[in-house]
Design a protein around this ligand. Structure first.
Ligand code: GLU
Ligand code: ZN
Length: 310
C-alpha cells in the first residue's frame, strides 16, 4: 500500500491555512487510491500534548479519517537512530561548532546567504575540532551533526509548482541539543511509512531539494510532491493565530460550525461543498496550479458564516 500523509507540528491550534493543507493532503491521497497517515511531528521543543489532541479533534471534525494509529515522531526514535548510524558509518556526518551568532555573522559576510550553511566546520583539522568542542563545552552545549553533501543545488518536480530548484547545503541532521532535525526525521519517516505523496504548504518547498538529496543517500524512493498555496491575511503576511478568528475554536465563537469551515475552505478553491467527501470528489487538482495564495479577510469571518463576505 502506498500512502499520503499530513504531518502537523503540535505547537498551537491549526489555522485555516493548516486545515486547508490537511484537507488537500487527505483528498489527494484518497482520490489517488492511496492510504492516508497522520504523523505528529512533536520533536520540536515547542510541541505540547494538548495541542496534539486539539489538532486531531479539529481534523476529525472536518471529516478527515486516517489509517491505523497516529504516528508520533517522538515514539519512533529507533528508526532515526538506525538511519543516523548508517550515515555516520559512511563518513557522511561531521560536527559543527557554530553558534547561532556564528551562523548569523556568516550569513552577513560578502558571499554569505541567509539560511545557507557556508561549510565553516566541514574540513577542520583535529586541533580545530578540539577547539570547537571546548568552545561549546564552555557554554554547556554539544556540537550539531551536519551532512557532508556533494552538490550545491538540486531541482525537484512539484505537482503544483513544476520544477523547483533549491539549495542543498550541509544541513543539520542532529541538533546540538541531541534532537533529530526536521529534514532528517521527515525523510526517514516518509521512507519507513511508504509515503509516495507529500502534500504540504508552499513555505516548505525550499527544504525539498535537501530532503530529496538525503532520500537518495538513504536509498529511499522520491515521493510525488504537492506544495500547496499559502493562506495569507489582508496584509499579505502568512496567516497566524494572532490574526484572530482563524482557528476552528476561534471561528466557533463567531458561529462557524465545522461544516461551515469546510464550506469556506471549499469556496477558496472554487467548490460548493458541505462534506469532506464532496471536497475530495469535486476538487480539481489541476486548478491548484493556477491558484495563487488565498487571502483571508479575518474581520469578515468575524461577521459569521452567513454574511458570506469571504
Ligand atoms: N510539520 C511541518 C509543519 O507543520 C510539516 C512537515 C511536512 O509536511 O513535511 O509545517
Ligand atoms: Zn559549523
Amino acid at each position: 500500500m502506498e500512502y499520503g500523509r499530513y504531518a502537523p507540528s503540535p505547537s498551537g491550534d491549526l489555522h485555516l491555512g493548516n486545515l486547508r493543507t490537511a484537507l488537500l493532503a487527505w483528498a489527494l491521497a484518497r482520490r489517488s487510491g492511496r492510504g492516508f497517515l497522520m504523523r505528529v511531528e512533536d520533536m520540536d521543543e515547542r510541541s505540547r500534548p494538548q495541542f496534539q489532541e486539539r489538532q486531531l479533534a479539529d481534523l476529525r471534525a472536518l471529516g478527515l479519517t486516517w489509517d491505523g494509529p497516529v504516528q508520533i515522531q517522538s515514539q519512533r526514535i529507533g528508526g532515526y537512530d538506525a538511519a543516523f548510524a548508517s550515515l555516520r558509518e559512511r563518513g557522511l556526518l561531521y560536527e559543527c561548532y557554530c553558534t547561532r551568532r556564528d551562523l548569523a555573522d556568516a550569513a552577513r559576510a560578502p558571499h554569505g546567504a541567509p539560511g545557507v550553511y557556508p561549510g565553516t566546520c566541514r574540513d577542520l583539522s583535529a586541533a580545530g575540532r578540539r577547539a570547537g568542542r571546548a568552545k561549546l563545552a564552555a557554554v554547556g552545549r554539544q556540537p550539531a551533526l551536519r551532512l557532508r553533501t556533494e552538490v550545491k543545488e538540486l531541482t525537484i518536480h512539484d505537482e503544483v509548482c513544476g520544477e523547483v530548484s533549491g539549495v542543498v547545503d550541509d544541513f543539520v541532521i542532529r541538533r546540538g541539543d541531541g534532537r533529530y532535525a526536521y529534514n532528517f526525521a521527515s525523510v526517514v519517516d516518509d521512507a519507513l511509512e511508504h509515503i509516495t505523496q507529500v502534500t504540504r504548504g508552499a513555505d516548505l518547498a525550499p527544504s525539498t531539494p535537501r530532503q530529496v538529496y538525503l532520500q537518495r543517500l538513504l536509498g529511499a524512493p522520491t515521493p510525488e510532491y504537492w506544495h500547496v498555496p499559502m493562506v495569507l491575511n489582508r496584509e499579505g503576511a502568512r496567516l497566524a493565530k494572532r490574526d484572530g478568528a482563524v482557528t476552528m475554536r476561534a471561528l466557533a465563537e463567531y458561529g462557524w460550525s465545522p461544516a461551515d469551515v469546510l464550506a469556506l475552505i471549499g469556496r477558496s478553491l472554487g467548490l460548493e461543498v458541505r462534506t469532506a467527501a464532496d471536497f475530495a470528489q469535486q476538487l480539481d487538482a489541476r486548478a491548484l496550479r493556477r491558484r495563487g495564495p488565498w487571502y483571508v479577510d479575518v474581520a469578515a469571518l468575524e461577521a459569521g458564516p452567513d454574511s458570506r463576505a469571504s
